[in-house]
Design a protein around this ligand. Structure first.
Ligand code: PLP
Length: 367
């Protein structure tokens, strides 16, 4: 399969129209994954039982947990200095859990503010220490990734949002920092290889590029833990979940299962290097079209464009309704932009085939 374009099987609505899913999240999953996920709801592992009605401590489900962790480690090249956890509470819980576990009282962490999600993460730090916002792109409605800042040498960590789902910007290079990077990778995890050594902690809500809503992946370097004095509630202490291999309490079994199936799919397709190649091909096609057609313009600035979420507008805003209707007619779903940016947003996660982007481009050309 490596190097070949993934051909998506037909997804049809009840009017037998082919649907192209550009949703920002929860978002598209590969058809073969949905098929296996559906079958496991009926019967799992020849048990005569649904995956929804078995113990999370059964040997059949333990095998799922083990495979999910092993696949994540294999796909991103994660060695045993790091733990891989499948938690709950969404990326939003990680906004405070990271500071709670990593930031000693009275110390500071550096933050780069690149949008709604970074802003929310910054807000949570105050309870535990100080967030030093060293750069921000708020002055131009988060339309770019800042540069020209320095990370203070006394920062415990640097927090970034690698891909800004709402504003359509993405870090294409990691900032220079002597401290570990804590990254919200919710909307671009598994879309490209990572330089593991630069990261102290990576977190991601599953529902963008990894699986269904309900589980949050955390990859944490073990030696960073245990350095804070505060009392951490048991459920919010990473060490609890490390000790119990993400099964201290009932884990979100089904979302983990579907994420595991999706990781198998990513591996079969050629891994994250192949996902990156496809992402670049999809993004290039769409951005070139936006730049060529006078009716459209990018919302994000050149150089900061996200390969996952492309934000764009019509140069004549009064025609937005017409374009949305044209997309609707053509079976293009989930294209409306977030209210804080307006216009349109095409999310091109791993499971979205190039042919869907080509279809959108055809509709844009015809418009
Ligand atoms: C969606 C999203 C979040 C919020 O995730 P939840 O799982 O809903 O808490 C955080 N960060 C980024 C980058 C996102 O795209």
């Amino acid at each position: 399969m490596r190097g070949k374009e993934f051909i998506a099987p037909l997804r049809l609505n009840k009017h037998t129209m082919k649907i192209h899913n550009f949703s920002a999240g929860p978002s598209i999953l590969p058809q073969p994954v949905l098929k296996q996920a559906a079958a496991a709801v009926q019967e799992f592992a020849d048990m005569g039982l649904s995956i929804l009605e078995i113990s999370h401590r059964s040997k059949q489900f333990s095998a799922v947990m083990e495979e999910a962790e092993a696949l994540m480690r294999e796909l991103l090249g994660i060695d045993d200095r790091y733990s891989v956890l499948f938690l709950t509470g969404g990326a939003s819980t990680q906004f405070f859990m990271t500071a709670m576990n990593l930031l000693p009282q009275g110390k500071k962490a550096a933050y780069i503010n690149t949008g709604t999600w970074s802003t929310k993460a910054i807000k949570e730090v105050a309870t535990f220490g100080q967030a030093d916002v060293i750069a921000s792109s708020e002055d131009r409605n988060f339309s770019y990734i800042p540069n020209g800042y320095t990370v203070p040498s006394d920062a415990e960590y640097l927090h970034i949002t690698t891909n800004n789902t709402i504003f359509g910007t993405q870090f294409h290079e990691l900032p220079d920092a002597s401290c570990p990077i804590v990254a919200d990778m919710s909307s671009d995890i598994l879309s490209r290889p990572i330089t593991l050594d630069r990261y102290g902690l990576i977190y991601a809500g599953a529902q963008k590029n990894l699986g269904p809503a309900g589980t949050t992946i955390v990859i944490v370097r073990n030696d960073l833990l245990g350095k804070v004095d505060r009392n951490i509630p048991t459920m919010l202490d990473y060490r609890t979940h490390i000790k119990k291999a993400s099964a201290f309490n009932t884990p979100p079994a089904y979302p983990i299962y579907v994420a595991m199936l999706n990781m198998r799919w990513v591996k079969e397709q050629g891994g994250v290097a192949e996902m990156e190649r496809r992402s670049i091909a999809k993004a290039d096609l769409l951005y070139k079209t936006i730049e060529t057609l006078p009716a459209f313009e990018c919302a994000a600035e050149q150089g900061s464009h996200s390969y996952m979420n492309a934000t764009f507008r019509l140069t004549d805003a009064s025609r937005e309704v017409d374009f949305l209707a044209a997309c609707d007619q053509a079976g293009i779903s989930g294209i409306k932009g977030h209210r804080s940016v307006g216009g349109f947003r095409a999310s091109m996660y791993n499971a979205l085939p190039l042919s869907s982007v080509q279809h959108l481009v055809d509709v844009m050309n015809a418009f």
